[in-house]
Design a protein around this ligand. Structure first.
Ligand SMILES: [Zn+2]
Length: 358
């Protein structure tokens, strides 16, 4: 048994082992949902092999535990942190009082760790309720938003792209058209959340601006083009994707040529995001990326006239139900068609061999 009193031990190593036993199960369980929403578009976070989450989420949980440990240690050593009005935080005082009491020497840290991870009942000691508030809920406040911002900043994107679009001087021309502004805010919001189809215009936004489906798709293309023209660096960091290519073959209608190029760029940007590490951390979402690659490869095989069963691959590699798998394959088929089968196959080859996808 690791006694609870060890959390207040002078030796950091002894104290951390007891703190970990007490806090980690509850913190890990409570962090799961916000982390999935922030990093995995709401899909469960999994380690590529074995138990636990992806490397990024594990690192976040480790950081939270270390921060919480440092905060509790300084409270145990004194003084107790104060509220804005200068009063000592009551829950922290209660918690520290218990950890340094004689009773804590006979209590098992791991047993209380299991209780901390469950919802508290009426029979719960007051110090345990205080521990849940101070060591679990307090460190996790605004976690989802904090993780999103930190991840975005890490890959060079703006911390608050929606605010930039709504307020920055450079974005003033984009705000002249409210539909353009709404579409761009939506696009950066969805790109950040890793949505598969970030540039699809939802019905409520379409209705708000009285746009038909084809109109909405065209306006989204125009909005993205306007953004790239206005601020290429912002576009690259927050929307991403490969550099814009001017199509080589002349096409009769210049507007049509541009639209086709924009569609293709959007499709290629979406696919890069799905399969590559280029826009995120190297380790990030590695298992899902591998799954997407396999499905896209199967879609390409069918597109190139070879045999393949992308729905079966999606079911197997991404763990999707048949209906969701069919839906995903339909979406990917549209992307592959817009991006080009040859380009898509090259993307998968490069991504698999670890080369830059472009
Ligand atoms: Zn994760």
């Amino acid at each position: 048994m690791r006694p609870l009193s060890h959390v207040a031990d002078r030796d950091d190593a002894i104290a951390f082992a007891a703190f970990h036993a007490l806090v980690a199960p509850a913190l890990r369980a409570a962090a799961r949902r916000p982390l999935c929403r922030a990093r995995h578009a709401g899909v469960a976070c999994r380690a590529p092999a074995g138990p636990g989450g992806c490397a990024d989420c594990e690192a976040t949980i480790d950081d939270l535990l270390l921060d919480g440990f440092a905060r509790l240690r300084s409270a145990v050593a004194g003084p107790i942190p104060a509220t804005r009005s200068g009063e000592p935080v009551r829950e922290m005082a209660l918690l520290c009082g218990h950890l340094t009491s004689p009773q804590a020497r006979d209590e098992d840290a791991a047993a209380f760790g299991r209780r901390l991870a469950r919802a508290g009942g009426d029979d719960e000691p007051a110090w345990l309720r205080a521990a849940r508030a101070q060591l679990v809920h307090y460190p996790l406040r605004h976690l989802e938003e904090r993780v999103r911002r930190a991840d975005a900043v890490r890959r060079g994107a703006s911390a608050r792209p929606d605010r930039d679009l709504r307020q920055a001087a450079w974005a003033a021309p984009l705000r002249a058209d409210s539909a353009v502004l709404d579409m761009l805010v939506l696009a950066v919001f969805r790109v950040r959340r890793g949505v598969t189809e970030p540039f699809e215009v939802p019905d409520d936004l379409r209705d708000r601006h009285g746009l038909t489906r084809p109109d909405a798709a065209r306006r989204m293309g125009e909005a993205l083009r306007a953004l790239r023209g206005t601020n290429p660096a912002f576009f690259a960091a927050n929307i991403g994707g490969p550099p814009f290519e001017v199509p080589a073959a002349p096409v009769a209608d210049p507007q049509e040529r541009l639209d086709t190029a924009v569609d293709r760029e959007i499709a290629r940007a979406s696919m890069c995001r799905l399969v590559s590490a280029r826009l995120g951390d190297q380790r990030r979402r590695a298992d899902r990326r591998t799954g997407y690659r396999a499905v896209i490869a199967a879609v390409c095989a069918v597109g190139a006239g070879r045999s393949g069963d992308p729905v079966a691959v999606a079911t197997r590699n991404l763990g999707l139900a048949p209906r969701s798998a069919r839906h995903l394959v339909r979406r990917l088929a549209i992307l592959v068609a817009a991006a080009g089968v040859d380009w898509s196959e090259q993307l998968i080859r490069d991504a698999t061999t670890g080369r830059s996808p472009i």
